[in-house]
Design a protein around this ligand. Structure first.
Ligand SMILES: [Zn+2]
Length: 512
């Protein structure tokens, strides 16, 4: 870890960390009247001026604090309102211990006590903040407590380690600038049994802001850096409503991008928390309603399929299936357009009965689905009027038979393959899967990952030597890539491998 620590220390110096106690570095910002630049915060108008309260982090380069592997970090976050006239008493110490009320964060002499006054807002604000925190941490194996864990239930238990998130008081009570909204310890590895501070009495009473602050400060101790992503609680950027740990690669940074403190330029908040805490519960799927056409309508060629979908986490993507076959994928709207309806143009299909299904996903793949039946023109009466490869079933629907082509099987079209991928290399077409060239284990044994632009395709090793992408009558690497990118949107495995990159276009080639 010494190399990591040295790197963190180096970056801390570059970022303006100020050394306050041996081994600890405190990032101090003044309050800014920040006029958000266009593009800096997706949901804020450029003209909006917002007072931004800083949420610095004390990066832990030294070994003096209990640092632990993911398997050992406590699964309890205790949100402490410091209730009562006495508030919380915290003793400054280089040893950080939530059970002993010891913290290196107060800017006072070693051994000196500070008092944090009780949460000053209403019970309703407290309740909403706790509800929000439970929702934000719902996907992870951690519990949000708002009473002392262990001791209340079992007075003999004084050893239930936890993360203590103090939600009370002001930074000034710790000898820090009152411009600070929250402060925490951080490390590239989860740190157990430490105290974070969210200064409710100078930050509230907006529960969204309080929830954002506690989520960020507590997550620092689980190894998360700041994210330059308005939707994520690790951000400094205001707006975007209730924030969730996003399942996407986001730039690190406060008001601009910078290298992440633990390496790389990007961070997936959700994945880092999963690694630290393990999985919890899946969030509810998006609300979804197909508003047009209506069930049993008779429709024509120019029909638009319209749906409304919403999710507190935002809708990640919608898929359009007709008679069980995926035809189109569409990326979810950005925060500022989240209430807009979604439209799909009806694909070019023969007259027949159509079971139209729309699926909506959030960024954690919680999915909702709605299906309705309409008739385009008239039901089919024979397979002759259906598309190539389709059959007319007893309900008047043109349907593709379930594909049977396995990886490496010779194919003629995507619907022959279980993967829906039938790329051509040279003069051969084979069922394939997307892979990332240069990474081990992308394809099964006897297959290799051939480059096709910046993506790749799994191809049988014994036949690969005879062909080169773009040779003969086959497509160019660029054409293969285009095909793969388009077809890849039909494939969850591809997306997972590339995760958390998000498809940003429809297969029809329209850029949204
Ligand atoms: Zn922070």
């Amino acid at each position: 870890m010494s190399g990591d620590r040295a790197a963190c220390y180096h970056r801390a110096r570059l970022m303006g960390f100020r050394r306050i106690v041996p081994g600890l570095f405190l990032l101090v910002f003044p309050v800014l009247e920040l006029s958000l630049l266009a593009g800096a915060a997706q949901a804020e108008r450029a003209s909006r001026v917002k007072r931004v309260r800083e949420r610095p982090v004390i990066w832990l380069p030294g070994p003096e604090t209990a640092r632990t592997g993911a398997a050992d970090v406590s699964r309890i976050i205790y949100v402490n309102g410091c209730w009562g006239a006495e508030g919380c008493t915290i003793r400054h110490s280089t040893a950080n211990d939530a059970l002993q009320n010891l913290s290196s964060i107060p800017n006072v002499a070693q051994g000196q006590d500070v008092k944090v006054s009780e949460f000053a807002h209403s019970q309703e604000v407290w309740n909403e903040t706790i509800r929000c925190l439970r929702e934000v941490y719902w996907p992870y194996d951690v519990e949000i407590w708002d009473s002392f864990p262990g001791r209340d239930a079992d007075p003999a238990d004084t050893a239930t380690s936890h993360h203590e998130a103090i939600l009370a008081g002001s930074a000034g009570e710790l000898g820090l600038s009152d411009n600070i909204g929250g402060i925490a310890l951080a490390s590239c590895d989860p740190v157990d049994n430490v105290i974070s501070f969210s200064f409710a009495n100078t930050t509230g009473p907006d529960w969204i802001e309080l929830c954002w602050t506690v989520a960020q400060e507590s997550a620092h101790s689980f190894g998360l850096d700041h994210a330059f992503q308005c939707l994520d609680p690790m951000t400094y950027l205001p707006g975007c409503g209730q924030k969730f740990f996003r399942n996407e690669l986001a730039d690190c940074g406060e008001f601009s991008t910078r290298p992440c403190n633990c390496g790389g330029m990007k961070q997936n908040s959700h994945n880092r928390l999963l690694a630290a805490l393990g999985p919890g519960q899946s969030p509810a799927p998006p609300d979804l309603d197909i508003v047009a056409p209506r069930p049993d309508n008779v429709i024509g060629n120019d029909t638009q399929i319209e749906a409304v979908a919403s999710d507190p986490r935002l809708v990640d993507r919608l898929e359009l299936y007709i008679n069980g076959w995926l035809y189109k994928t569409q990326q979810g709207h950005a925060f500022e357009n989240r209430s807009d309806p979604y439209q799909f143009e009806l694909p070019a299909l023969p007259d027949s009965v159509l079971d139209i299904e729309v699926r909506a996903y959030n960024d954690l793949d919680s999915m909702s689905s709605q299906t309705l039946r309409v008739t385009k023109g008239a039901p089919c009466s024979s397979s002759a009027t259906c598309l190539d490869g389709q059959e007319c079933d007893g309900q008047g629907r043109c349907i593709y038979p379930a594909p049977t082509g396995k990886l490496g099987d010779v194919c003629e079209r995507p619907m022959d393959c279980i993967s829906h991928l039938c790329p051509q290399l040279g003069n051969e077409q084979r069922c394939s899967e997307i892979c990332i060239p240069g990474l081990e284990g992308q394809c099964p044994a006897d297959f290799e990952c051939l480059e096709a632009g910046s993506a790749g395709t799994c191809w049988p090793i014994e036949t690969a030597g005879c062909c080169s992408a773009g040779a003969g009558q086959g497509p160019t690497p660029g054409q293969i890539l285009l095909f793969l990118l388009c077809a890849g949107m039909l494939l969850r495995p591809w997306r997972r491998r590339r995760s958390p990159g998000r498809p940003g276009k429809e297969c029809e080639g329209k850029r949204r």
